[in-house]
Write a protein that binds this ligand. Structure first.
Ligand code: GLY
Length: 585
């Protein structure tokens, strides 16, 4: 039986919300910063391609495939190298989502390697003694924010299912680089420098990212990580079980539980019980294409699908990328998607979610009708809608603040298998705790800090064993049942806007891959229009103000990596805001 909410109930629920964005407002962090020029290169290849955030990682993936491996084999090599050379963004201590198109079966599937809350965690994990939310960075730094890492289990599970190169061989490139040393990249150096005292709080990172005099490592310094090499050797022979049990697991738990000032509650039981979840992809039809990606616990595919589904009701192609009207529609479509996301999306294993209802064309047409005017939507109009739902559960709004860090890579192999994977330790350098050569995530701060919104429970509240809601949006676009484009980005909750904007540019405005990853960003999640400073996007600032938007120029730290599968080969590009490359043959 289907159930539709009574409007008056929703309106009264909205009235008890209070400060819906308190978690955003309390933020004082320095996100990962953008570096590099704004011109992306276009890379063409015939047989296969890897695009990732660091040249060493992309090269490791390229070599695996050149030597006979497939896309899933390359995932293991790329991720383990990224965890070494781009440690601030992702790694063995974090979680990830992988969207996979398998050419042999012509099927798409997704793997959820998201971190889980420890079994000892309670919904009040991020509340102080007075029941007030902790300041964001007070929650992040230390053991409290560390969830059970998922990436190592995910790598092993997908490899067992689809890989063909021996597992141990795939860990070798990272192990060799960790033993012989790699050059600290300009981006990593600048991020260490911008951390100030934060990254020095705990022994592990202090000893690794700073020299003996306490100075931040400079770009070009050759950095060795023997502990990481040892960890990889252990996993090479013992598999993921040697990570989730034994000395590595014991060291993770000790590091978390003994973090001075802010200990956590992760236990050996949490690690031993961690499982990857294989889930159906969530697909939204846009124009004549299927936009497929990661469903809950990520909000990525649903929110991207909703934005596109609202925009589809307008002739955005005719309006074009320079017209303020396009950005009025895109910006307010984003705000409406974020209002739904806040209320309805969380870990699907803990509560029924109205995913189908949120993506129904008739629901999105109703949402689109809110945009029929010519001014920015008033704040009181931007609230969660009433999607069709077959469970009579109602949640309050649960704002979260995902930090703009993370990493995204895409791979297409010789057989036509396609990988789109977004991977993270949450904020830059995660919890700032390090053990066995890798940083531990702070993913639990992706939960809502508040348990309730007035009298309503928050769907994304902390609960034992639960996965925090994500914005990660690894995406594969399908045309006539075959992959056309693999894309995704880091960037916290801005990921959703980055990916949606890139898809509109590609599908409606006909931009080539190198343009969709480098075009200036305009993102509106919560009412303020973030506009990428120093780019042509600033030309739209006054026109957007004139129609009622609040506008905030600033750095927009995407890391879009994309590969297009054309009739004759592959075209890839890496976001020039980071250090990535696309390589192929
Ligand atoms: N921690 C970033 C995200 O999951 O969206």
């Amino acid at each position: 039986m289907s159930f539709r909410f009574c409007t008056s109930f929703l309106v009264s629920a909205a009235l008890v919300v209070g400060s819906a964005h308190a978690q955003q407002a309390s933020d004082t962090t320095a996100p990962e910063r953008a570096t590099g020029t704004k011109t992306a290169s276009r890379v063409e290849a015939k047989d296969f391609m890897v695009a990732a955030a660091n040249p060493l990682a992309a090269e490791a993936g390229r070599k695996v495939i050149a030597e006979g491996g497939n896309a899933v084999d390359a995932v293991v090599a790329v991720q383990t190298v990224l965890g070494l050379v781009e440690p601030q963004s992702s790694g063995l201590g974090g979680g990830s989502f992988l969207v996979y198109y398998d050419a042999a079966s012509n099927k798409m599937t997704t793997f959820d390697g998201r971190e889980t809350a420890p079994m000892e965690a309670t919904p009040k994990l991020f509340l102080d003694d007075k029941g007030q939310p902790l300041k964001f960075m007070d929650a992040v730094i230390g053991g409290r924010s560390v969830g059970t890492p998922g990436t190592v289990r995910l790598l092993e599970d997908v490899h067992k299912k689809y890989g063909k190169t021996p597992w141990a061989d795939l860990l070798k490139p990272a192990e060799t680089l960790a033993t012989d040393g790699f050059q600290v990249s300009p981006r990593l150096a600048s991020l260490i420098a911008s951390e100030g005292e934060r990254l020095k709080k705990y022994d592990g990172p202090r000893g690794y990212f700073y020299d003996a005099s306490g100075a931040a490592l400079k770009a070009g310094t050759v950095l060795k990580n023997p502990a990481y090499a040892e960890t990889l050797k252990t996993i090479a022979t013992g598999g993921a079980d040697a990570f989730y049990g034994g000395p590595i697991a014991e060291a993770i738990v000790k590091t978390v539980r003994e973090a001075s000032g802010n200990p956590g509650v992760l236990s050996l039981t949490d690690l031993a019980n961690y499982r990857t979840k294989e889930r159906e992809p969530v697909c939204a039809q846009y124009r004549a294409l299927d936009i497929c990606g990661m469903g809950p616990p990520s909000s990525g595919a649903v929110a991207v699908g909703q934005i596109l589904g609202v925009v589809e009701n307008f002739d955005i192609k005719a309006l074009g990328p320079d017209n303020v009207e396009s950005w009025r529609l895109i910006g307010d479509a984003q705000r409406l998607a974020f209002a739904d996301r806040e209320r309805y999306l969380a870990d699907p294993d803990f509560m029924p979610l109205p995913v189908k209802g949120l993506l129904r064309k008739d629901y999105l047409a109703t949402r689109a009708s809110l945009l029929d005017g010519d001014k920015a939507l008033a704040a009181d109009v931007v609230k969660a809608g009433e999607p069709e739902w077959d469970h009579a559960l109602l949640f309050g709004r649960g704002p979260t603040l995902e930090m703009p860090s993370t990493s995204h890579f895409v791979i297409v192999d010789k057989q036509g298998n396609v990988v789109s994977m977004t991977t993270t330790i949450e904020s830059g350098f995660g919890s700032r705790l390090m053990t066995n050569g890798f940083l531990l995530n702070n993913e639990l701060t992706d939960f809502s800090f508040n348990t309730h919104d007035g009298s309503l429970p928050v769907a994304n509240r902390v609960e034992p064993g639960k996965r925090p809601r994500s914005s990660m949006a690894p995406t594969i676009v399908m045309k006539d049942g075959k992959p056309l484009l693999a894309i995704g980005s880091p960037g916290g909750s801005q990921i959703i806007g980055y990916v949606a904007q890139a898809l509109i540019a590609y599908i409606d405005w006909g931009m080539p891959v190198e343009k969709i990853v480098s075009q200036p960003h305009l993102i509106n999640r919560f009412g303020t229009y973030d506009i990428e400073a120093g780019t042509d996007a600033e030309k739209l600032a006054d026109p957007l103000k004139a129609i009622g938007f609040e506008v905030k120029p600033g750095e927009m730290n995407s890391g879009l990596h994309a590969i297009e599968i054309t009739g004759t080969g592959l075209v890839g590009s890496a976001d020039p805001r980071r250090e990535g490359v696309a390589v192929g043959e």
